[in-house]
Each structure stands twice: as structure tokens, then as C-alpha cells.
Design a protein around this ligand. Structure first.
Ligand SMILES: Cc1cc2nc3c(=O)[nH]c(=O)nc-3n(C[C@H](O)[C@H](O)[C@H](O)COP(=O)(O)OP(=O)(O)OC[C@H]3O[C@@H](n4cnc5c(N)ncnc54)[C@H](O)[C@@H]3O)c2cc1C
Length: 474
């Protein structure tokens, strides 16, 4: 009897696969962290599927300045958690924000270990109160550091490949990811899937449905928006995931529609008035610092006729010596020696604009104008009022910038645990399924600026490490 027939070779354990969907800050942080945790083992491999080609990959991360809501590299500031919770009236899960705080130091150490440097630069919020830190080179520098790191660690990138659906085995357990790519559809076997494919701001239909109104008037803030169509969120919901964040809201910024540039911000609206296409004021332009009010101002502009407003000011604007910092538009203002002439250039009713400015001027109260901080120099008897920075507009030349609302990202997404595991509708973790970054829903009401890239990095890293631990341990 042959001995070889009975003595079977021990079968090597099957190599597990972690698939990451998307290669923005969340996806790359997840892929690199998973690969680092698995380095030197053969237990699992990491595959990134990315819908864009390499030169366009990186979604919103590619276009962001990546301001972080930090006082310094390891210093989040005194009220980091409280502020973020307050912005949502307590609806953002406290555990999520506390995890951000806890994991901040090690994550900042890690990203600096990949060659990213930080600096504290003045922002476009020229009367702001919260400090921001920025990676040198913005979001693109984060991609430029992490993508080669992933490649060195053996992560396989599949560009031009779009995740479509999660695949489950006969027991309902996650077993793969259906993707479409240059060669058609294919299922990639997967033990874990980390969804990091951004929000659904790039899908006009899904956006209109979630926001409950036509969104064709919203400008995409940057070219990266169009890649984020929400398949990652949808495929998890189809598999029974629970929803997080405010589905009928989004992060908005006021921009100049004439500018060909991404993020052509007009963040100087408190130093004049905003009128709609009827020549009427519709908002208290000075109700708080720009940092606190720019998002709701942009959304209110969107609700005006034709979704357009005009920032009107005069020579007094020159006294705002940092005004250029608040103007990221490269388009020049419309300039005229009279309000009637300015109105004609803008296509506004001249008499109405003159009337609006006259009643505004008549309501301006005495006080000392200080553009650097809320100065209490407001109006009396005006509806809507202007609470700060009220100065008569009577000194030509008059200037105007058109302003519309741009969408940056959606607030609605998936709910996760503090380990980045996607939870089902009953709140239980779904085995093998993770999510990080914009596709997870935590924001409600008002976006706490400077938290999006930070959370993508921190939770991407958490999800990657957890998935690697699960792959190695199973
Ligand atoms: C102009 C601008 C300025 C901003 N300023 C700031 C700021 O100062 N501070 C801050 O914190 N945040 C800022 N943000 C927001 C922040 O940049 C994003 O929220 C963050 O980068 C999102 O990271 P992410 O990895 O979750 O998604 P993304 O960076 O958008 O990456 C998603 C990736 O998934 C890919 N993808 C999408 N769908 C699929 C699919 N089905 N299959 C495969 N791949 C898919 C996309 O191609 C993309 O590469 C700004 C954004 C923009 C655009």
C-alpha cells in the first residue's frame, strides 16, 4: 500500500482578503493601516478598488485644503468634543467624537511617520475664532504620502473599478464584492469590505430624493464630487445597514459661479449686504463670524429665487485689510459708480436695489467698525436686521460679487461602531463590514469645520487595523 496516498499534505490556511472601496483619505488610511498590521504575515492581502483612474483618484480629498480643527499637531483645543456635539444639538454620537479625540495623537504620529508635515496658516475665515492646522500641500499631499506607502506594503490597486454590491454566502455572511470595471462585472472574494467611497453628492437623482427638492442649482465645489455617487452607502443599506447622520442635509459653501476654479469662495459677505435677484435683502449677513455662518448663508442663498445672491459693498470694503484672504474667487467684482449702474450690470431692478440700500443705510447704528471680530455695530428697525459690521453703503465705487451655493458633501450615511464596524438597523455590528470617512453619517444641522479629513484619517485607520486583526485572528 502506498504511504503517499494516505499522508495528505497539510493545506495552508486560505489567504484572506480585505477589500477597501475608495482611495481618498479614509480608504488610503484604512488600506495602509491594514497592510501595516499584516506586514510580514501571509494571512491576508489588501485590495483597493477605485472607480477613477490614478490621475483623478482621491475624490474630495484630492481637492481639499484639508484644514484640521486642531490648535496644534497633538492639540485639539479645549472644547473639541463639546463643540462638535453642540453643532449637531447633541445628535452626533458622543462615542464617535470621543474616539476621534482618543486616537488623535497616535494618528497624527502615524501620518507624520509617512512624511506629512503640518503648519498653522490663517484661513479664509478672516473674523474666525477657531484655529485650524493644515497638512503642507493640503489633501493632495496626504494622497501623495499614503498611496506609495500602500504600494510598498503590497496593497493592490484596481483603478477604473466601481463597487456595486456586497455578495453574501448561503449563510448570509459577507463573501465578496461585485464590481464593474474595464472587463465587465466580476465578484472579488472578500472576507472584509471597508467602505470608504465618500457620500452621494455626485448622484443628482439620489441627492434630490434625499434633500426633497431639485438640486440642479447646486454647484459641485470641486471636480472630485462627481466620483462620489453613493454606491458604497447603498450596497450596505441593501444588506441591512443602519443609517446615520442627517439625510436631508449637506455641507454647503458660498461661491462665485463666474469663477472657473474649484472652491471659489466668497467668505466676506458680512462686509456689505446680500440681496437676491429681486434686489431684496433676505438674511442677517452679520449674525456671527463667517466660520459660524457661511454654511447656513450658502443654504439660504440656495433657497432664493434662481438660487443666486449678490454681495454688494462699496469703498468701505477697502478698510477690511485681509479681504483678499476671504475671497478665493479669481473673478473680478462688478464695479460701478452708482447703485443703479451696478444693478443694471447685474440684471437686478435698479430702483429696488437703491431702495434696499437706502433703508439699510437709514438703519445703521453708531459704533466702531472692527472687521476682525463681531463688533456689535448693527442696524435698528431693519428686517432682516444686520447684527454686526453694519456700515452705510454710500461711498462709490460700488462693488458686487454674485454668490451661489456649492455642495461639498452629504451628511447622510452609514452608522458605525467605535471600531468602524457598520451596524445593522438594530445596532449590531455586521460581520466583516466596515466604513469610514464621508460615507459614514455623523453630521446634523451644521458642519463643524475641519473635522472631515480628520475623521476620515482616524476612522480609516481604526477600520483598517480592526479588519486586519479580524482577518489574522479568524
Ligand atoms: C474643495 C473642498 C474643500 C474642503 N475643505 C475641507 C477642509 O478644509 N477640512 C476638512 O476636514 N474637510 C474638507 N473638505 C471635505 C473633505 O475633503 C472630505 O470630506 C474628505 O476628504 C472625504 O474623504 P473620504 O476618503 O471619505 O472620501 P473621498 O476623498 O471623496 O474619496 C472617495 C473615493 O471613493 C471613490 N469611489 C466613490 N465611489 C466608488 C465606488 N462605487 N467604487 C470605487 N470607488 C469609489 C472616489 O473616486 C474617491 O476616490 C473639503 C472638500 C472639498 C472638495
Amino acid at each position: 500500500m502506498s504511504t503517499t496516498a494516505n499522508r495528505s499534505e497539510p493545506t495552508p490556511p486560505r489567504q484572506r482578503t480585505i477589500v477597501v472601496v475608495g482611495s481618498g483619505i479614509a480608504g488610503l488610511s484604512a488600506a495602509v493601516s491594514a497592510a501595516e498590521a499584516l506586514e510580514g504575515t501571509e494571512e491576508a492581502r489588501v485590495v483597493v478598488v477605485e472607480r477613477a483612474e490614478p490621475h483623478e483618484a482621491g475624490g474630495n480629498t484630492r481637492w481639499t485644503s484639508a484644514y484640521l480643527r486642531l490648535d496644534d499637531v497633538y492639540e485639539p483645543g479645549d472644547s473639541f468634543v463639546e463643540d462638535i456635539l453642540a453643532f449637531s444639538d447633541g445628535r452626533t454620537p458622543a462615542e464617535y467624537v470621543e474616539t476621534l479625540l482618543d486616537r488623535l495623537p497616535e494618528t497624527m504620529e502615524w501620518i507624520q511617520g509617512h512624511g506629512v508635515r503640518f503648519r498653522r496658516l490663517p484661513t479664509y475665515f478672516i473674523n474666525s475664532s477657531r484655529r485650524r492646522l493644515q497638512p503642507v500641500g493640503g489633501g493632495e499631499a496626504l494622497l501623495a504620502a499614503l498611496r506609495p506607502a500602500a504600494e510598498r506594503l503590497g496593497v493592490r490597486f484596481r483603478y477604473g473599478t466601481t463597487a456595486q454590491r456586497l455578495v453574501q454566502d448561503a449563510h448570509g455572511r459577507l463573501s465578496g464584492l461585485l464590481v464593474s470595471g474595464p472587463d465587465g462585472e466580476e465578484t472579488i472574494p472578500a472576507d472584509s469590505v471597508i467602505i470608504a467611497s465618500g457620500g452621494f453628492e455626485g448622484d443628482a437623482e439620489a441627492l434630490s430624493e434625499a434633500l426633497g427638492k431639485d438640486t440642479s442649482g447646486l454647484l459641485p465645489i470641486a471636480p472630485g464630487v462627481r466620483f462620489n455617487k453613493g454606491e458604497g452607502i447603498r450596497m450596505a443599506l441593501d444588506a441591512g445597514a443602519g443609517r446615520g447622520g442627517q439625510w436631508d442635509n449637506f455641507h454647503a459653501e458660498p461661491v462665485d459661479p463666474r469663477s472657473p476654479d474649484p472652491e471659489a469662495l466668497v467668505m466676506v459677505f458680512p462686509y456689505g449686504i446680500l440681496v437676491n435677484e429681486r434686489g431684496e435683502r433676505f438674511i442677517d449677513e452679520g449674525r456671527g463670524t463667517v466660520d459660524e455662518t457661511y454654511e447656513s448663508t450658502a443654504r439660504t442663498i440656495w433657497s432664493q429665487p434662481s438660487g443666486t445672491a449678490y454681495f454688494i459693498t462699496d469703498r468701505s470694503f477697502e478698510s477690511v485689510t485681509s479681504r483678499e484672504r476671504g475671497l478665493l474667487t479669481t473673478a473680478k467684482p462688478e464695479v460701478a459708480d452708482s447703485l443703479a449702474d451696478l444693478a443694471s450690470r447685474l440684471g437686478l431692478p435698479p430702483e429696488k436695489l437703491e431702495e434696499t440700500v437706502a433703508s439699510y443705510n437709514a438703519s445703521v447704528q453708531q459704533g466702531t467698525f472692527d472687521w476682525r471680530r463681531p463688533d456689535g455695530k448693527g442696524t435698528e428697525g431693519l428686517d432682516p436686521p444686520k447684527s454686526n459690521w453694519a456700515v452705510e453703503l454710500a461711498d462709490p465705487p460700488f462693488l458686487a460679487y454674485p454668490v451661489v451655493c456649492a455642495i461639498v458633501f452629504t451628511f447622510g450615511g452609514l452608522e458605525t461602531t467605535a471600531h468602524g464596524e457598520v451596524v445593522d438597523e438594530a445596532g449590531a455590528p455586521m460581520p466583516g463590514l466596515y466604513a469610514a470617512g464621508e460615507c459614514t453619517g455623523i453630521y446634523h444641522g451644521k458642519y463643524p469645520g475641519g473635522t472631515s479629513v480628520l475623521r476620515g484619517m482616524i476612522f480609516g485607520r481604526i477600520a483598517g487595523r480592526h479588519a486586519a486583526g479580524a482577518a489574522a485572528g479568524s
